[in-house]
Structures are given as C-alpha cells and as structure tokens.
Design a binder for this molecule. Structure first.
Ligand SMILES: Nc1ncnc2c1ncn2[C@@H]1O[C@H](COP(=O)(O)OP(=O)(O)O)[C@@H](O)[C@H]1O
Ligand SMILES: [Mg+2]
Length: 329
C-alpha cells in the first residue's frame, strides 16, 4: 500500500486530512483543545527526542541535524531523523533520498520510514505529489516531490505535524527495537510547529544552531526565550560557519565576524557552547551529494578545517548523549 495513493489535495479532504492517512488508528492524537492542559507524550518506539533548531534559516541546521544523527549512529545507537521543516524539507537531499519512492503504510496505518546510510528518515517531502515538469521550460527535468511547495496553513499544518510525530513506525519492522534517539529537524523560527511540538512531545534535548552574525543571534535569543517558556531542555548552542581555514595557511578567517558576540550571547543566556564548526567545502558537497560529511572519509581530505569540523561534530554528539543520559538518571 502506498502513502501517496491516499494523498489527496482535493478541497473536499484537504483541510481535514492533509496526508490522507487513515483516521481511526489507535495512536492518532487529537488536535489540542482549548479546554484543559495538553500533556506532552512520548513518540511511539522512540526513547529520546532531540530537536535541532536554528531560529534563522540557512545557517546549517539540517546539515547539523543529519551529521549529528550520523555521529550518534556511529556510537552504535539506533538513530532516526524526522524532518519537520514542512515548508523547506531538505533531509531527503542531505540523506541521498531525493528520488526515494513514497513510503509504505503498515497494516495499522503508520508510515514506514525510508532508510539510507542505515538511518531511517521521514519527511514531508516523501508525501507530496511530484510537481509536473514546466512545459515552457525545456530544462525543467527536476520534478521530485522535494521541489513541490507546501501551501498549507493553520490546522492542516498542525495535523500534518501530528501525523509525522505520532504515526511513523520507527520499529524498523515487526517487533524491532525502535530508536534510541530521534533527531528532529525543526523549521527555522518560532512559529506554530516548534510550539505545537513542545506541547505534544516529551523532548530530551534541544540544540540551537547559529552563525556569528548579529542578525542570527537576535533570532537565537528569541528562540531560546520560546524554548524556555515551553520548558524544553536546552542542551547547547552550535556556532556554525564560524571560520574558514584555507589549505595554505593556519590562520582562521572569520568570514562572518569574530565569535565574540556569539560567546557573550551564550554566556548571558547561560547555555553551553557544544561546538564552533568551520566552513568546509566538503560539508556542502557532501550535503548536495547526499553523503553526510561525518560519514565519509572526505574529512581527511579537507585538511585541518575538515579535521576540526569532524572533531567538533563528534564532541557535540557526545555532549548531546551525555546530557540525555544525565536526564534519564
Ligand atoms: N560548516 C559548513 N561548511 C560548509 N557549508 C556548510 C556548513 N554548514 C552548512 N553548510 C551549507 O550551507 C547551506 C545551508 O545549510 P542547511 O543545513 O540547508 O541550512 P538550514 O537547514 O539552516 O536552512 C547548505 O548548502 C550546506 O551544505
Ligand atoms: Mg534546513
């Protein structure tokens, strides 16, 4: 049974059931009502949930989410990735799953994740119908679902988020062990999705990614204040694209400004810095090519910058793990 067969964008069904999934499955949560408090709960078959947020777009959040998942998986954990960046899903590209076929449904109506590099993933992009090629543009061969824009709002988005949160089968098959950690790639900013997620799900860690510029840091402060209001555990900050080490010299070039402001911001917010990662061309190439940098040996070819990125990412993953363990003690 294929999920896309159930997908309907007709106006009759669109606002009720945007993913077209069966309605009466036992796990399906209800849309939060205004009366009474909402109790956050566990995602089925997932031990720990770690959010990756960036507050601002384009700072490398999805890249870090994917590489964090890979780094955790290299420590022999069962790790999955959920792409909740509904309006700009990029996990399929970063995981080499752009041309994946649509997810199957279990007999209970849950979506089966799509796996690559031994990491199961689920993304809105897998569920959207492909865009038809543009007849006026002979070069428009790219028509995968990740190119299809999502134009839903309000309740439809909320419903889609709930289905992606609670109706994915992370067991890896009948009676499988489930996940130790589910890494969730959030959309940038402080919109509806992180808000409803914070209300619906028990979260074990939140990682915030920023670049050194003041504009990014302003958004970080705003995001952190929202996470604090939601009582989500703040694991730490990652400064991405912090500096560039060219192959012919040893001086770090702070292309987007010195890290001082970021460090002061982290200190004033009382949040630990987990890593300051350099700009490395291979990270970007790996993302576009669907081969996460933490997984490939290319880091060795990336010179000192590659090495520093790799060890920074490894440290960050270890600290995420330590903080999860600390909380579950
Ligand atoms: N440390 C880095 N070095 C080089 N390129 C990077 C680095 N971090 C992110 N990028 C690149 O920056 C772009 C934006 O990253 P992405 O993860 O899609 O950001 P976001 O999810 O925050 O929108 C991508 O092309 C990605 O490959
Ligand atoms: Mg992204």
């Amino acid at each position: 049974m294929l999920a896309r067969r159930f997908f309907s964008s007709s106006s009759r069904f669109a606002h009720e059931n945007p993913l077209g999934l069966p309605r009466n499955t036992p796990q399906a949560p209800q849309i939060p009502r205004r009366t009474g408090p909402i109790a956050p709960r566990k995602i089925p078959n997932v031990k720990h949930v770690v959010l990756v947020s960036s507050c601002k777009g384009g700072v490398g959040k999805s890249t870090i989410a994917v590489n964090l998942a890979v780094s955790l998986a290299l420590s022999r954990l069962h790790v999955g990735i959920l792409d909740l960046d509904i309006f700009g899903p990029s996990i399929p590209t970063l995981m080499g799953l752009r041309s994946a076929s649509e997810p199957e449904l279990t007999s209970g109506g849950a979506l089966r994740p799509i796996t690559n590099h031994s990491i199961p993933t689920m993304s809105m992009a897998y569920l959207l119908p492909p865009m038809p090629p543009n007849p006026t543009d002979p070069g428009s061969q790219i028509n995968t679902s990740s190119d299809t824009p999502v134009v839903w709002r309000g309740l439809m988005v909320q419903k889609a988020v709930q289905q992606l949160l609670f109706q994915v089968d992370w067991t890896g098959g009948e009676g499988g062990p489930g996940l130790d950690v589910l890494v969730i790639d959030l959309p940038p900013g402080t919109g509806d999705i992180p808000l409803s997620l914070g209300q619906l799900v028990i979260v074990d860690g939140t990682l915030i990614v920023s670049t050194p510029q003041d504009v990014a840091l302003t958004d970080v402060r705003r995001g952190i204040s929202m996470f604090r209001k939601l009582n989500l555990p703040l694991t730490g900050l990652i400064l991405n694209q912090s500096y560039f080490l060219c192959p012919s010299c040893t001086t770090p070039h702070h292309l987007f400004g010195a890290p001082d402001l970021f460090r002061r911001t982290a200190k004033s917010l009382d949040i630990p810095i987990l890593a300051e990662l350099p700009l490395v061309p291979g990270v970007s190439e790996g993302g576009d090519g669907g081969a996460p940098y933490a997984l490939t040996s290319k880091a060795k070819e990336g010179g000192r910058g590659g090495e520093e990125w790799r060890s920074g990412m490894k440290d960050a993953a270890q600290r995420v793990l330590d903080s999860i363990k600390q909380q579950t003690k």
